[in-house]
Ligand binder design. Sequence first.
Ligand code: BT5
Length: 326
Amino acid sequence: MGMKEELLALLKDQDDFVSGQDIADRFQMTRSAVWKHIAALREMGYEIQSVPAKGYRLQHGPCTMYAHEIAPYLRTQWLGRNYLYETEVTSTNTLLKVQAEKGAPHGMVIAAGNQTAGKGRLGRKWSSAPYSGIWYSLLLRPEFPPQMAGVITLTAAVSVVQALEKFQVPAKIKWPNDILLNGKKLCGILSEMRGDMDHIQWIVVGIGVNLTATAETMPEEIRSVATSLTMSGYGEISQNQLAAEILNCMEDNYCLLCEEGFIQLREQWMEHGAFLGEQITVSTTRGQKEGIFRGIDGDGCLLMETAAGGMERIAAGDVTKARHKL
Ligand code: BT5
């Protein structure tokens, strides 16, 4: 831990004021050095009260995900051990892709407080209001063949619901990349990759989880489709604990995927899948199809039973619940 982080830990531990002299003595620095570190913490968004003759007191910090804040909860070997937090980026996926091209290592994670150009699939926008959620991307350099890349998003989705489950949040996965809570979108996942026919160079998996938005603060355009942990009554969950737990689950699941393929993870997916056995509409680039959702196959493709009784296999598309009975 650097000096700033140690000072922060000290302030977090104390409910009352800590005098500038006590801090100076403890860290063997001058009073003006203390003041500089306090100023740096304020720059990072921490609100620190200072009262003459009393000292400093941490009022509250922003929902930040600095390395020292997430580290205590990480149980991973390699995922997130190379970690970068930025207060503002265009998109953590965009930034990590640049790093991937420059040779960044397998397991690197970039997280941000705010994304000014958060991305969804197919050029869609991901709304990421400042400090209101977990916005981060993971870099993977798999040994497995490119045909398996598609199941990475599903593996990440399983990891998110497993992590949420540890906090008693009963979320469901909507194929392929949405996590739903009470039928609304809590989390989205965007995987991007570079590779050729027989080799994956990198996969960047971007995960966005809405935490603190309320019905009032959530952007108008997503209000009818989206939810946050706060809106669903789970506002007490710690951002860094959840963010770390998702990485813990993802590392385990990724190892399982590399060792055994998608078999066990497919079962996990099916346990948490939304709309199983229900009538759904799938929108693909070639139009809409309706049928009964029967789950996913070993490649992560959606299986849908059609009115004629056949089984359709769909590799990409958006799922909604069918409005009318077949
Ligand atoms: C996704 O796309 O759901 C992928 C979202 C990935 C976000 C993460 S955050 C970290 C990393 N950096 C990035 O730039 N992206 C990743 P898609 O399935 O295409 O869904 C996009 C649709 O979800 C939009 O058209 C909206 O309808 C809706 N949406 C946008 N923002 C949302 C939000 N914050 N919460 C819930 N729904 C949202």
